[in-house]
Design a binder for this molecule. Structure first.
Ligand code: RUB
Length: 318
């Protein structure tokens, strides 16, 4: 039986108490570590158990590839480790978490090089990677302004506004629908990433593709700050990215009685695709890459066969 603290982490990811692709990956690794720490079954059954935990985590939210990348990082290494699998899970999960945190620090440094005094930088939703770039640049003494979208329907932009203003960074908070209106005053766009495909498409919070389109039209550079765990090896093996579709209630809020009207439908996809042609670069822990280098990065970090392995385990899901 899966322990309560592991079930709780899975529930927190599902209900978005833990959200953002990086935080989800770290939480998944932490859940697998907790599963090992609290395991009291037969030694021989541990591998089966930890795979079940992995599958439970994979079912929480469908879009961010950082989640399967975390789970597979651990499962693959337990399989090839000579250490006792329970101990191996704990040390591999710790290693994964520390790698992600180091990646985030490097991304902040690389990204900060793109920022100079007096810039106006637009961001969308709440991405800890994008925010870390802005905070690093500010700490280095650069003085700029941020325009941030509120990001309907869940308003993650409020989290961004609150973090940035706490650092002293001036923020202008805007409705998503005014993105194009403001773009003529913007020098740079930096967003996060949930998934990057092998052909350089960016999957990120719904509305990101509108930002990219408006930035392209206004000749503004568009970057995504993203750890390598946001790149999808499965996309190279023909895997499809599933866009999470969320509830109508989230969109309607206190007006959910509208749903009772005949002919009334609501759609609430949580993410969209931005094509590589509208992306200037991905700010990763390995440096700033053009979208066409996505496959190269996948090959370097995961190996080309890892996509097939991921898909096999996903296919085993009930
Ligand atoms: C969050 C979102 C973020 C990415 C990157 O969506 O789209 O831009 O996850 O975030 P949600 P980070 O709120 O639905 O999880 O840089 O923190 O990994």
């Amino acid at each position: 039986m899966i322990s309560n603290n592991v079930l709780q982490i899975a529930e927190d990811i599902k209900t978005m108490k833990i959200r953002g692709a990086g935080a989800i990956a770290i939480a998944a690794a932490e859940a697998m570590k907790q599963a090992a720490l609290t395991y009291n079954g037969e030694k021989d059954s541990f591998i089966e158990y930890i795979r079940e935990v992995g599958k439970l985590l994979l079912r929480t939210r469908p879009t961010a590839v950082s989640l399967p990348n975390a789970v597979f990082y651990i499962l693959k290494r337990i399989d090839s480790s000579s250490e006792d699998p329970v101990k191996a899970t704990i040390s591999i999960a710790d290693e994964f978490i520390s790698n992600v945190k180091n990646a985030q620090l490097r991304i902040a440094k690389y990204g900060s090089k793109l920022i100079s005094d007096d810039m106006v930088i637009m961001t969308h939703c709440h991405s800890s990677a994008a925010v870390s770039v802005l905070i690093e640049a500010w700490k280095e003494g650069k003085r700029f302004k941020v325009i941030n979208t509120e990001t309907r329907p869940k308003f993650q932009g409020r989290v961004t506004a609150s973090i940035l203003t706490k650092e002293g960074i001036p923020v202008t908070h805007i409705p998503d629908s005014s993105i194009r209106y403001h773009m003529s005053n913007v020098d740079l766009v930096i967003v996060g990433a949930d998934t990057v495909t092998s052909d350089g498409h960016l999957v990120n919070k719904i509305g990101t593709s509108i930002l990219a389109l408006a930035a392209d039209e206004a000749d503004v550079e568009f970057y995504s700050a993203c750890e390598s765990i946001k790149f999808s090896p499965a996309s190279f093996a023909g895997g499809h990215i599933i866009i999470e579709e969320r509830s109508a209630e989230e969109v309607l809020g206190e007006h959910k009685d509208l749903l009772d009207k005949r002919g009334m439908f609501v759609r609430n996809p949580a993410f969209d695709f931005t094509p590589p042609e509208q992306i200037t670069g991905f700010i990763t822990e390995y440096g700033i890459l053009p979208p066409r280098a996505s496959l190269l990065l996948i090959k370097y970090v995961f190996g080309l066969s890892s996509g097939e392995m991921q898909m096999r385990l996903l296919e085993e899901e009930p």
